[in-house]
Design a protein around this ligand. Structure first.
Ligand code: 4NP
Length: 154
């Protein structure tokens, strides 16, 4: 059975769609069959494509994420996904609070998968400059490489 990973940020239009795209590419390159999705803890952008600056950052790295649509995380996600990975500590707290009592998914922080950066937030680029989205891309691709490795070893 294939493994599954859900990335969660606040709006699901900036950080988590980029993390989804980065891990998709890593897994495709490695020939790994992994179900990958993303969602937001908030509902403000449900149904919307990723922020244009996130789309542009992905295109700069050869990936089109324009087809993605934001959705809000649900209780069912805690049963449907093996791994739920929060982009920052507030997302992690919000996910812990809504986690159903009997749910198998493993909850973690994205930077806990990057050596030397455990406990850190992926900074929210929403109110930043375009360059902030390139930094987000660099951070999520770092994590995606490590996550790909442990998925391959599982
Ligand atoms: P994201 O960024 O959580 O990385 O998708 C944000 C997008 C929208 C908002 C906040 C953060 N917002 O407040 O609308």
């Amino acid at each position: 059975m294939s493994q599954s990973v859900l990335f969660v940020c606040l709006g699901n239009i900036c950080r988590s769609p980029l993390a989804e795209a980065a891990l998709r590419q890593e897994c495709a390159d490695a020939g790994l069959n992994v179900i990958i999705d993303s969602a937001g803890t908030g509902d403000w952008h449900v149904g919307q494509p990723p922020d244009e600056r996130a789309q542009a950052a992905a295109v700069r790295n050869g990936i089109d994420i324009g087809h993605l649509r934001a959705r809000q995380v649900t209780a069912a996600d805690f049963h449907d996904f093996d791994h739920i990975i929060a982009l920052d500590n507030q997302n992690l707290r919000d996910l812990s609070a809504m986690r159903p009592a009997k749910a198998d998914s493993k909850l973690s922080l994205l930077f806990d998968h990057v050596a030397g950066r455990a406990g850190e937030d992926v900074a929210d680029p929403y109110y930043g400059e375009a360059a902030a989205f390139d930094q987000t891309w660099a951070e999520v691709t770092d994590a995606a490489a490590t996550i790909r490795n442990w998925l391959a070893a599982d």
